[in-house]
Structures are given as structure tokens and as C-alpha cells.
Design a protein around this ligand. Structure first.
Ligand code: GTP
Length: 449
């Protein structure tokens, strides 16, 4: 199954929550009508300037044009699709690549005069995408003008498959007014988007459309576009640098999915021909070390461990030496996630960084914060906390499967703008993929792609 397929199926709880909510909002104040489109009201003198309908020739595109990778990938796997990889696109066989844009971008290759580190990036693409599932072009779901007959929207393959063709019940439309916008805000807040983001998203959805009669399908499309617009700038795969070893420090609270993410990433890097070494830096939890060893075995990647209770910084130092001696491309360092004693954790992380910098002044080249989607709004405070503890350069969101709190990713993107490198939707090796904003928005809102 394609990653989008998994995402869509597994985000079901989030999307069904939004979908049902949107249905209820439109039905509550709307009325069924034949498919005759609504005529937009004549603009009133005091109306806000009307947005050209997205999709119309002079409209601002609903999405930023998907940027192409600044430079050619370091290596192109044989048989890889020819299109230039785009951040967030699953590229055939490279593991997800982190974007370097964090609060303090690190230039890991000092001798390289090129200022643009991303020019050396390879989109880390864990997933093989069967050709049939590769979209022709990264087209945003074109907004269907609200005037278009509903039947034109739902007669695609999915529409037919799910019996949503034109012979369905008459379309229910509701006038988009203040009351409806308020209901939308409440729904988005309940979907864990956070108050600020929810208000902005609902406001943008309504802008230029006040007084129009809109259907659920149109509202879903508008919402999906707004979400994708917010997410697009943060969808940045993990960058790969020429530096050897590139050090990736992985931080996050206990249970957020650090170990699993390291295992998945290591396996995907390994499969793409990169040599990887893992350091089990949570030396205080024997179980965590064992778990990492299991993942290392699965991925075929060596895992360096140290006796329980020993100094994680010293392990990191040794692991760097081993990675260097082995000619490894990547060193991934797991860390403890105890937040009960932030001071200890801060000192521990600071010490790891200090000793790594004795070996390479630019290390760690990436500091990934792993967040558990099921914690909802709590993920926001975890970002704030870890930004104080470490120089977080990017995020990985795990456990998007089976949670109704997927909307928190939108709030994170809106609030922090940190690159989202990858998302996890399960416990298997291939359940991690680069973050694709359009797929995510479609899956979250229950739109078919
Ligand atoms: N459903 C689901 N479970 C996940 C995902 N990622 C991780 N998990 C599970 O979450 C649990 C915790 O994951 P770990 O990788 O051990 O988390 P950790 O941050 O390393 O935790 P500590 O070792 O306690 O610091 C495990 O049971 C994983 O299998 C995901 O994307 N989806």
C-alpha cells in the first residue's frame, strides 16, 4: 500500500472527526437543493476585498508552488523516477532527509564554500512508490469554484468507487456567515489545531466567500488547501551532507518514538546505500538499549552501547570515533527523554554536544525532536521545552495512526515553522515517510486524492 494509502486509512480518526464535524456544520444551517450552483452575491461596498477564486487565472495559487530541490541529489538510485525530488516527496530509495533550516542552521562542511547546504541534500525517501501511484504532477487539489455543480466534483474514480456520484442525494449547502465561521473555528480547535491556528484557518477559508452558499465538499477542499498552505513551508526532508559522519542527535520525551524512528531511519538510510552507526545514548534505561539493539539488528546497523548508568557523552564520543573509523556516513545518537529533571537532561544533552564538538565543531549536524501525535496540544509545549534544552533543527511526528489529534501538526507548523522531516504511521520499518503537506491535508480532511 502506498504511504498515502496508509496515511489516509490510519488518519481515519482525525479525518472522520473533521469530516463528520464539517457535515454537521453544513447540514445544521443549510438546506438541500438541486445541484444548481449558488450565485455569489453582488459585492457590497463594505465587503472585504474579494479573493479571486483560487484556480482562477489571476488568483494567488492556493499553495506555494512546490519548490524543486535546489540541487541535484548526491546520488540517484538506479531506476529512480526522473523528476527532481521535491522536499517532502517520497523519493524512491533514499531515506527521509532533514532540512537544515532550524533556528540555528549548522554548516557541517566548513571547507565547502557553498553557502547553500541544501544543495547537497538528497531527499531522504524511504518509500518506493509504485508508478501508478505517483501523481502526474504535484498539483494542488484545484479549488472547485463554489459555483461549479457538485456533480462535476465527485465523479472521479474515488467518487464512483464510493458511490458519491451525481445520482446521490441533493447537495446540502449553507450560507457562509459569522455563525458558520464560529462553528468551523470550534471544530478546528477540537481537532487539536490550537486556538490561534484554528481562528486563522477559519478566517482564511471564509475570506472573500461571505454570503456564498457552500457545500461540505467545498468546505473540505478549502480546509485542505489552507492546511497544505500552512504546512508547505515546513515540509523539508532531512538533508544529507558530505560530512562523514553526519551526526544526527535524536531527542524527545520518553515513549515519543525516538528509538523506533532511529530504527526506521537507519534502515532506510542503509537501504539507500548509506553506512550508519547507532549510539544507544539512553544509558539509564536498559530496556531502551535492548530495544535499539533489536532495531539495529532489523536494520542491519551496528548499535554501540555502554553499561547501564554510564556517561552518555562518553558513549557519544566513542561512537563518533567508531563511525569515523568505519567510514560511516551517519551517526544517529539516541538520548534519554526524562523531563522530570530538566536540569539534568539539559546538562546531559549539552555535554553530549560538547564532546562531539571536540571531534567535529559542527556536530551535531541535525537535532531531531521526535513528537508523539497522540499527545495533542502537549506537543507544542514539548517543542518549547526542547528548544531550550537543545538546538532543535527539525521534527519527526510519530503515531499519527490511531489518533484523532493529527491537527496538532498544523498548529506546530504554524507556531514554530520548524522543518517537519518525516511522519510515522505505525510500528513497521516502512511506516515512516517524508512529510508531504498535500497528502497530509487531504488525509486529514478526508479528501480523496
Ligand atoms: N502506532 C505507532 N506506534 C509507534 C510509532 N512510533 C513508535 N511507536 C511505538 O511507541 C512506543 C514507544 O516508542 P519508542 O521508540 O520506544 O519511544 P522512545 O522515545 O525511544 O521511548 P524511550 O525509549 O522510553 O525513551 C513503542 O511501542 C513503539 O512501537 C508510530 O508511528 N505509530
Amino acid at each position: 500500500m502506498s504511504f498515502f494509502g496508509k496515511l489516509k486509512t490510519r488518519l481515519f480518526r482525525s479525518s472522520s472527526k473533521l469530516e463528520e464535524g464539517l457535515d454537521a456544520i453544513v447540514e445544521e444551517g443549510g438546506s438541500a437543493e438541486p445541484d444548481a450552483p449558488d450565485t455569489p452575491p453582488a459585492p457590497q461596498p463594505d465587503d472585504p476585498p474579494v479573493d479571486p477564486a483560487p484556480g482562477s487565472p489571476d488568483a494567488t495559487p492556493p499553495f506555494e508552488p512546490t519548490p524543486t530541490a535546489p540541487d541535484a541529489p548526491i546520488e540517484t538510485p538506479p531506476g529512480a523516477p526522473e523528476e527532481a525530488p521535491v522536499p517532502g516527496d517520497p523519493a524512491p530509495d533514499l531515506p527521509p532527509e532533514p532540512g537544515p533550516e532550524g533556528p540555528a542552521p549548522v554548516d557541517p562542511v566548513p571547507e565547502d564554500p557553498a553557502p547553500q547546504r541544501p544543495s547537497e541534500t538528497v531527499p531522504l525517501t524511504p518509500m518506493e512508490i509504485p508508478p501508478a501511484e505517483v501523481p502526474d504532477a504535484p498539483q494542488p487539489p484545484a479549488e472547485v469554484p463554489s459555483d461549479a455543480p457538485e456533480e462535476n466534483r465527485n465523479t472521479g474514480l474515488f467518487g464512483r468507487l464510493f458511490g458519491r456520484g451525481p445520482s446521490e442525494a441533493p447537495v446540502v449547502r449553507r450560507v457562509l456567515d459569522d455563525e458558520m465561521v464560529e462553528s468551523l473555528e470550534e471544530l478546528l480547535i477540537s481537532a487539536d489545531m490550537g486556538v490561534d491556528t484554528a481562528l486563522r484557518v477559519a478566517g482564511n477559508m471564509a475570506e472573500g466567500r461571505y454570503g456564498r452558499r457552500v457545500s461540505t465538499q467545498e468546505i473540505k477542499e478549502l480546509l485542505s488547501e489552507e492546511i497544505a498552505r500552512i504546512m508547505e513551508p515546513v515540509a523539508k526532508p532531512l538533508p544529507l551532507y558530505k560530512t562523514k559522519p553526519q551526526v544526527v542527535l535524536v531527542v524527545g520525551v520518553n515513549g515519543s518514538g525516538k528509538t523506533t524512528t532511529i530504527g526506521k531511519l537507519a534502515s532506510q538510510f542503509q537501504q539507500s546505500g548509506k553506512k550508519v552507526v547507532i549510539a544507544a545514548g539512553d544509558t539509564f534505561r536498559a530496556a531502551a538499549v535492548e530495544q535499539l539493539q533489536v532495531w539495529g539488528d532489523r536494520a542491519g546497523v551496528p548499535v554501540l552501547t555502554a553499561p547501564e548508568g554510564s556517561d552518555p557523552a562518553s558513549l557519544a564520543f566513542d561512537a563518533f570515533g567508531k563511525a569515523q573509523a568505519d567510514g560511516a556516513d551517519l551517526l544517529m545518537i539516541d538520548t534519554a527523554g526524562r523531563l522530570q529533571n530538566r536540569q539534568d537532561l539539559m546538562e546531559e544533552l549539552a555535554k553530549i554536544v560538547r564532546v562531539l564538538r571536540k571531534k567535529d565543531p559542527d556536530a551535531p549536524h541535525n537535532t531531531l525532536l521526535v513528537l508523539d501525535a497522540t499527545t495533542g496540544q502537549n506537543a507544542l509545549s514539548q517543542v518549547e521545552t526542547f528548544q531550550k534544552l537543545a538546538d532543535v533543527t527539525g521534527l519527526v511526528m510519530t503515531k499519527l495512526d490511531g489518533t484523532a489529534k493529527g491537527g496538532v501538526l498544523v498548529a506546530l507548523a504554524d507556531k514554530f515553522g520548524l522543518p517537519i522531516h518525516a511522519i510515522g504511521v505505525g510500528e513497521q520499518l516502512d511506516d515512516l515517510a517524508p512529510f508531504d503537506p498535500e497528502e497530509f491535508a487531504a488525509a486529514l480532511t478526508g479528501l480523496e486524492q
